[in-house]
Design a protein around this ligand. Structure first.
Ligand SMILES: [Zn+2]
Length: 612
């Protein structure tokens, strides 16, 4: 996932900002929850306009999907200084237009949260908002606060009125605490989106790595995950990341805001990166079981500080919350980030070199199974909101493999003197958080820093349609690669399933990877599996149960899955059915470290993995 900062140093914007100081003043009251909604009040700055357009984002950076946060707003009211309502139109879900705006003094509305949305597209937990009275509030700014069109660079003050025993976790520096009112200051709207807050009874820990202070804030309703446990795991991880980056972490402060979900909500789980924090929405499970996953996901989000947060194109820098253009370089933003998250772990000895190869092999298998291997990655990037939305997941698989192969190619070309982490560092010096690169000239910039041979790499494997030549790249480091073979198997359609902690039933908790057969069945997030082929679901031993079913079916016959579907507060049984179709599966490739290597392979392997 991705993010950006917006700094417009144009004279006009600057003049507006001076004139309109002190900007927006928001208040949100967490002590008065009504129908699962909280009230937001905005004291409007004097903008001296006849008409104003108030907006909540359609999309936010890093999510690559349109969520329309305006749909959470109810009872929108605009008033003058005497409390008289002004005429408002609502031309689309994210927009309110106020005529007579010179009289406008106050806007109020009630906000719903996304965690229990029952209609429309579900918002992934880490990008959404939670209002759970007396327990937990996730205040992702884009779900609570809006901006006036053309005035997103005004400063914003946010007052959060909280329950007395709640603590507000965030990466905001200098929060003013006035009784049970926390006051935050943001220089502009983009900063508000970049600075989520989490409110609950505190379970927090702090890690200090060099000059960087890291807050770990956990909400785990049944206490299965504790901040003290993560403090140890993340301390080791962050130290290794600092070493990987040459000794220093790239920020002075950071916050991990972590929500662990006790019941299976029909929302996506995962994490979203920001400049100084990341938000996690994950199933609540025993922390020792979750530990390796929690390390991988935190490593990924933290490395996002490098890219796209500190190194990105104009599309991301000038991100338009309601009409964005997509950059063509997701291989850099998501691929490089994901690769660093794993390469760093083997480099520092947190995982073995065999485990590292296994993870890369799994990515090869997944990318060749689920996604097109001939789609140029730059095209995938540009089309990830529309035409290639189903290919988006490949940024974490083939995107990471592009980064790995590029790393090996750079080490080979430079005789071990230069690798991907150096290239990212040099590009960040050349550009940086306040100076975006031009999307179309990035590859030329990389060639200028390196070599024409590296340009060929991009022409063939990134802008071109050639599948990566894994045998060649792995061989550079003395790794033998035998390509994966195909097989055809029966399955449930590549639906993601979780176990409902209360009922013990399998529940659909992800449909974005459905294959053709899964799409024909028509699963929906939150569907609870009741029976398959008329055979009731067992309480345990799902493996043998499905094995038994798959042993009895034939291609082309009717396949039936009965689910309990909750819609509009009602639950009813729904029968899903489609003709049985076997699905091509790519097996994991064989990857082994050769014992017989030449010196150059040893050298490359040592630079690549910090071991031979
Ligand atoms: Zn990411």
């Amino acid at each position: 996932m991705l993010q950006r900062i917006m700094f417009f140093f144009s004279f006009i914007m600057f003049a507006v900002a001076l004139q309109a100081d002190p900007g927006y003043r928001y208040e949100v009251d967490l002590n008065h929850v009504l129908n699962d909604r909280v009230k937001v009040t905005l004291a409007v700055p004097d903008l001296n306009r006849n008409t104003l357009k108030f907006q909540l984002p359609k999309i936010i950076p890093g999510t690559y999907t349109e969520y329309n946060f305006g749909r959470l707003v109810h009872g929108f009211t605009a008033e003058d200084e005497n409390g008289q309502s002004l005429f408002v139109t609502h031309p689309d879900v994210n927009t309110w237009i106020i005529k007579q705006a010179k009289k406008l003094k106050t806007i109020t509305y009630w906000v719903d949260d996304t965690y229990d949305l029952t209609e429309g597209k579900a918002v992934a937990g880490m990008s959404g908002t939670n209002i759970e009275e007396g327990r937990h509030f996730l205040l992702n700014g884009h779900g609570f606060f809006g901006y006036f069109d053309k005035f997103y660079d005004l400063p914003i003050q946010i007052d959060v009125v909280r329950p007395n025993d709640f603590y507000g976790s965030s990466a905001y520096p200098d929060v003013e605490v006035i009784g049970n009112r926390d006051r935050y200051h943001a220089p502009n709207y983009a900063y508000v989106v970049d600075m989520p807050m989490m409110y609950c009874r505190p379970d927090t820990a702090t890690v200090r790595i060099g000059k960087t202070v890291v807050l770990i804030s956990v909400y785990s309703p049944n206490g299965l995950v504790e901040s003290s446990f993560l403090q140890q795991a993340y301390s080791r991880l962050l130290k290794s990341q600092a070493a990987y980056l040459g000794g220093q972490l790239p920020v002075d402060r950071y916050a991990f805001l972590m929500y662990f979900m006790a019941e299976q909500l029909p929302i996506g789980t995962g994490a979203l990166e920001h400049n100084y924090s990341s938000v996690y929405c994950l199933p609540e499970m025993d922390q020792s079981v979750l530990a390796p996953f929690l390390v991988n996901i935190a490593a990924h989000e933290f490395f996002h500080i490098l890219t796209p947060l500190q190194l990105h194109s104009e599309e991301i820098h000038h991100f338009d919350f309601n009409d964005p253009n997509m950059s063509r370089h997701l291989w850099l933003y998501e691929g490089v980030t994901e690769y660093f998250a794993h390469n760093n772990q083997v480099y520092s000895g947190m995982i073995s070199k065999e485990e590292f190869l296994k993870r890369m092999g799994d990515k090869i298998q997944d990318s060749k199974t689920r996604y097109s291997d001939n789609l140029p990655f730059t095209k995938l990037s540009e089309g990830c909101l529309g035409r290639y939305a189903n290919e988006y997941g490949n940024v974490y698989q083939k995107g990471a493999l592009i980064a790995m192969c590029l790393d090996l190619e750079l080490i080979n070309w430079s005789g071990g003197e230069y690798r991907l982490v150096n290239l990212v560092s040099d590009l960040t010096k050349r550009f940086g958080p306040h100076k975006p690169f031009q999307d179309k000239s990035l590859i030329q910039e990389i060639v200028a820093l390196t070599d024409k041979k590296i340009g060929d790499f991009f022409t063939w494997y990134v802008t071109g349609d050639r599948p990566l030549d894994y045998a060649y790249f792995f061989n550079l480091a003395g790794v033998a690669y035998s390509p994966p073979s195909d097989t055809f198997v029966y399955g449930l359609g590549d639906v993601q399933l979780g176990i409902d902690q209360e009922t013990g039933h399998l529940v659909v908790n992800g449909i974005y990877q459905l294959n053709e057969f899964g799409r024909a069945l028509g699963y929906k997030d939150g569907d609870e599996l009741i029976s398959v082929q008329g055979q009731p679901m067992p309480a345990t031993a799902f493996g043998p149960y499905f094995k038994g079913i798959f042993a009895q079916i034939k291609e082309g016959e009717r396949f039936e899955v009965t689910v309990l579907r909750k819609e509009g507060g009602l639950a009813r049984e729904v029968q899903l059915a489609a003709p049985i179709k076997r699905i091509r599966r790519v097996l994991t490739p064989e990857l082994t470290y050769r014992n017989q290597t030449v010196d150059r392979q040893d050298m490359i392997r040592k630079v690549w993995l910090n071991q031979v």
